[in-house]
Design a protein around this ligand. Structure first.
Ligand SMILES: Nc1ncnc2c1ncn2[C@@H]1O[C@H](COP(=O)(O)OP(=O)(O)OP(=O)(O)O)[C@@H](O)[C@H]1O
Length: 557
């Protein structure tokens, strides 16, 4: 909760101007609220009962002006609160996005992306709503209560004490309901999150659903999940209704009691009808405002589970050493230092049997290396360690003689181009998918596409390089996707190129232009299952049962 308080304070500090304006509005509103019942007394006692037309006219005019100015201030206040709300929303969104970038890749393999996003958006909206209308009204309510209490105590101090005692009883009811509501909302958030994750999975696997005729089966699953979700919604709505019933009943009891007492005082000649009218108006102002203030507790009970979840996410695990410390190279040593070096590296997923077990090897500048091995032996894992997506349990990985933790993950990733087994495509144009981050000019893009062989099919597309690729690039064939991914790697002009079965979808003609010739100047490491791809390699390693065995070359320099 400290983190939330910190963010709230920061937002309030940034929006000083809006906060100042709000206070001005609230003070004016408070004064006007205070004046209204007094004017009512004047209208009734002096104007109507005293038959004084001048007093009646002037009091009515002031009364109307006070009412209109309160309404005007309300509009201005809501407008300023929207600005503060947006500031909070933007701040939390940016924090969440930065965290999403820093989270270890392993978390994305365990959780569905939609599940993470849905939880984040719910929480951010919920937290930003602190500055919504309820907040605007409740801040104003504080001043209205003060103004009302002053007015009431002028008319009847005894009845004011009685009123506040009854309001205290109401507070106890709210405390009870807020506790229950918090639990129900927590359950609600969890169910909703699970439901959205399940739905996202169905959309991602829609092809399988069709091909395996899974609709009936999945529809039954949907009904089961939906039943639980709706039960949880119903529970939440019921608590709102129960709360609202108790609230209205207590308010009505308070007002009824005050009418009885006030009426009795007028009948006994201890107060005037105008004063009773003013008293009742103050009371309804005060009870309304206090209800709002007490409701804030109930309202926060709804926000608290989101706040806990959001800040737990922000404090969660993240990649270490993303940014580099200052590292100096001795230019004379450049040729002698291995470009990639593994020193006794061991790695396992979640403490299971090691996938890589005490591996050591060196790859030198310009070397072309192939890594072979059966499925699941850890070839892709080895690449993920080089790029720092996973950290070794033991041992050190060096790039150009420096520990990658020292270099910083952003620095090493800047030196490496990866073509993975399943490259990701954004739902943007071809050019945007090749020139990721838009750092190059069109000529360079076309040039690399000619080299990779992608240009021939891109130029036949309806809008050429501006053609939209569709959801996750699904409009492209497997081979076309790989050619675009190779073009990306060429365009990056990185010192190290890692190819993970990058050309499995290439046709016979395309295979003529080997990756070694395309990346002739770079240090190249490729994972392959195809024997023909081993030709022309300087070194070949086989990965087997966690160990790396050199089959050919690799003597280094
Ligand atoms: N996120 C993960 N959590 C747990 N285990 C994993 C994870 N990713 C991979 N593995 C396991 O680690 C082992 C090595 O996987 P990896 O993808 O590196 O194999 P590979 O040699 O590239 O296989 P292939 O030739 O089939 O592509 C496999 O047994 C795999 O099941």
């Amino acid at each position: 909760m400290d983190a939330l308080k910190y963010d709230l304070k920061q937002v309030i500090f940034i929006c000083k101007r809006q906060v100042l304006l709000l206070f001005v509005c609230i003070i004016i509103e408070g004064c006007m609220t205070y004046a209204q019942p007094l004017l009512l007394t004047k209208i009734t006692d002096q104007g109507i009962l005293g038959k004084n037309l001048t007093a009646l006219l002037s009091s009515v005019l002031f009364f109307v002006a006070a009412k209109v100015s309160v309404a005007g201030m309300g509009v201005l206040r809501s407008y300023e609160f929207v600005k503060i709300h947006n500031q909070m929303f933007g701040r939390l969104n940016e924090k969440a996005f930065a965290k999403l970038y820093r989270i270890p890749i392993s978390m994305y393999k365990e959780k569905n992306g939609m599940q993470i996003l849905q939880a984040l958006q719910t929480d951010i909206q919920s937290l930003s709503s602190i500055f919504d209308e309820i907040a605007a009204l409740s801040v104003g309510a504080v001043f209205q209560v003060i103004a009302g209490a002053v007015g009431l105590s002028v008319i009847s101090p005894q009845m004011t004490i009685l009123l506040f005692a009854m309001i205290a009883a109401k507070f106890i009811i709210v405390v009870f309901f807020s506790q229950r509501k918090k639990e129900v909302v927590k359950e609600n958030l969890l169910m909703n999150n699970q439901f959205m994750a399940w739905l996202e999975e169905q959309i991602s696997g829609i092809r399988e659903m069709k091909l395996w005729n899974l609709y009936t089966f999945q529809n039954n699953e949907l009904k089961k999940l939906q039943k639980k979700l709706l039960q949880s919604y119903q529970k939440s709505a019921m608590w709102d209704q129960k709360y609202s019933f108790c609230e209205v009943s207590v308010d009505t009891l308070i007002m009824g009691f005050l009418y009885l007492l006030g009426g009795y005082l007028v009948i006994m000649g201890k107060t005037t009808a105008g004063s009773l009218l003013a008293f009742i108006t103050y009371c309804s102002n005060i009870t309304g405002s206090i209800t709002l203030l007490i409701d804030v507790r109930y309202y926060f009970a709804r926000i608290k589970p989101s706040a806990e979840r959001f800040y737990e996410f922000l404090n969660g695990k993240e990649e270490k050493a993303i940014f580099s410390k200052k590292v100096c190279y001795n230019e004379n040593d450049k040729e002698l230092i291995p470009v990639i070096e593994f020193c006794d590296v061991t790695f396992s997923y979640h403490g299971q049997k090691p996938v890589l077990d005490g591996i050591s090897f060196q790859i030198y500048q310009g070397e072309k290396v192939a890594i072979i091995g059966n499925n699941g032996v850890g070839k892709s894992t080895l690449f993920d360690l080089i790029t720092g997506l996973y950290q070794p349990d033991q041992g050190i990985i060096k790039i150009k003689g420096k520990d990658i933790r020292e270099l910083g993950l952003e620095t090493i990733r800047g030196k490496i181009a990866v073509v993975s087994q399943n490259p990701f495509f954004y739902n943007t144009s071809v050019i945007d998918n090749i020139d990721l981050g838009r750092r190059n000019n069109m000529e360079d893009v076309v040039q690399v596409c000619r080299l990779s062989g992608a240009d021939s099919f891109i130029s036949q597309m309806e809008e050429g390089y501006e053609t939209m690729l569709g959801n996750r690039g699904l409009k492209l064939s497997g081979g076309e996707r790989q050619k675009i991914a190779v073009s990306r790697a060429l365009l990056k002009k990185a010192e190290i190129v890692l190819l993970d079965e990058a050309t499995t979808g290439y046709d016979v003609d395309s295979r003529k232009h080997t990756m070694e010739s395309l990346f002739s100047k770079q240090t190249l490491v490729k994972v392959t299952h195809q024997e023909e791809e081993l030709r022309g390699m300087d070194s070949i390693y086989r990965l087997h049962q966690g160990k790396l065995e050199r089959i050919r070359g690799g003597e280094g320099k």
